[in-house]
Ligand binder design. Structure first.
Ligand code: CA
Length: 398
């Protein structure tokens, strides 16, 4: 009975601590700083109340931590099923080379890009041969050159602006003999790259071009890459969709051209029904909501080469435990036929404190690559790449 009481007090203490300690400290520090200011009876009482709350919460936190430290459980990486292998111990945002033999990854947000040969695990630097301000994306183009997204400027004291507002598109020649060519287009989060021709799509939002669109608006654009005397440039640039043209409010992010004919673009609708998986026909502009799951986070990631399924980051499993949102995701696959049928792929989020994210599919449809991250890591941050053998997983489940 006593231990049960201690447990309950510990939970309450932890909750109070997490929820209010930061605010309490933030409130108390100015109050202490103001002690030379003219006093009023109400002001003094408020300061006393803040100090009392601070002492109580500090006591509660010390009490609960001495009883039960918040635990980060075992890592899913230490208990992998036979169809999952670990490729790297760092890195994020994997992309398969079109022959399926290599993976390109970003070392860390605003880091270098590296290529890993899957068979040998040999890691090769892709962006060491010149100086730069770091990259947020690196994707193989159909001809083997690399599409990069990265800012022209980086300030370690204010890093995230280089991801959110100033990231630009570049093309790196696969010979790795020269710096990348700047395309003169900003890029919000991830661009979409065709598997079969030199076509890309990307997103821009208010943060990128505040003079072109108001707060809360984003646009998806498409263009072809043409080489003139060996130098790439964008041609046939067209607007795909302005978020203001949708009947609901959301933030856009391009994800994939849908194989095999690539006439449809799959994109994230952030914030709509807690984020949904949507497709837009590039010719007719018809929009189809494939996840159509209110109160569920569903973000499309890699797409299967037959175009029948997309991998999704979803919080579906976490919702049963009372957790929700993009921090509590695992990898699922969603049928792109309007049935809304969704199937679980990874179980990393069953390990408290962990998640699996950013999955992609090899061009032959046999493997996915994804990353492990910890809850509270910013979206897209990864702690190593894993390879998932889809054939073996299917056999194992038979
Ligand atoms: Ca949803």
């Amino acid at each position: 009975m006593v231990s049960r009481m201690v447990q309950i007090l510990s939970w309450v203490g932890q909750w109070l601590y997490r929820r209010h300690l930061a605010g309490c400290i933030a409130g108390i520090l100015p109050a202490i700083g103001e002690r030379d200011a003219p006093h009023t009876a109400a002001g003094t009482a408020a300061v006393r109340l803040r100090i009392l709350m601070f002492v109580v919460l500090l006591g509660a936190s010390g009490f609960c931590f001495s009883e039960e430290k918040p635990k980060e459980g075992p890592s899913p990486a230490d208990n992998l099923p036979p169809h999952i292998t670990r490729l790297t111990y760092f890195g994020e945002r994997a992309d398969f080379s079109h022959d399926g033999k290599r993976i390109i990854l970003v070392e860390k947000t605003f880091g270098d890009a590296y290529e890993v040969e899957i068979a040998t695990r040999i890691i090769r630097p892709m962006t060491h041969h010149y100086f730069h301000e770091g990259y947020t994306r690196a994707l193989y183009l159909a001809n083997g050159d690399i599409l990069l997204s990265g800012s022209k400027t980086f300030n370690a004291d204010n890093p995230w602006v280089s991801r959110n507002d100033t990231a630009e598109l570049w093309i790196l020649d696969k010979s790795l003999t020269k710096p990348p060519v700047r395309l003169g287009e900003k890029c919000s989060e991830g661009p979409a790259v065709s598997r079969k021709n030199m076509r890309i799509a990307w997103t821009v939002d208010h943060g990128d071009y505040p003079d072109r669109m108001p707060q809360g608006v984003s646009q998806m654009w498409i263009a072809d890459i043409e080489y003139e005397n060996g130098t790439p440039k964008l041609i046939n640039k067209k607007l795909i969709l302005d978020s203001r043209d949708l009947p609901f409010k959301c933030g856009l992010e391009t994800q994939n051209f849908r194989p095999p004919d690539e006439k449809e673009l799959i994109f994230s609708a952030y914030g709509y029904q807690d984020t949904d998986v949507i497709g837009i026909d590039l010719e007719t502009k018809k929009v189809v909501n494939y996840s159509e799951a209110p109160d569920q986070y569903d973000e499309p990631e890699g797409i299967f080469p037959d175009g029948k399924w997309t991998l999704v980051e979803s919080d579906r499993a976490a919702r049963e435990k009372g957790l929700k949102g993009s921090q509590y995701i695992d990898i699922w696959k969603l049928r792109l036929d309007g049935s809304r049928y969704i199937e679980r792929v990874t179980y990393f989020s069953d390990y408290p404190g962990y998640k699996a994210s950013n999955p992609v599919v090899s061009d032959d449809g046999r493997f996915t690559a994804f990353q492990m991250a910890k809850v509270a890591d910013p979206a897209g941050v990864g702690r190593g790449i894993f390879i998932y053998d889809l054939d073996n997983a299917t056999k194992a489940s038979r």
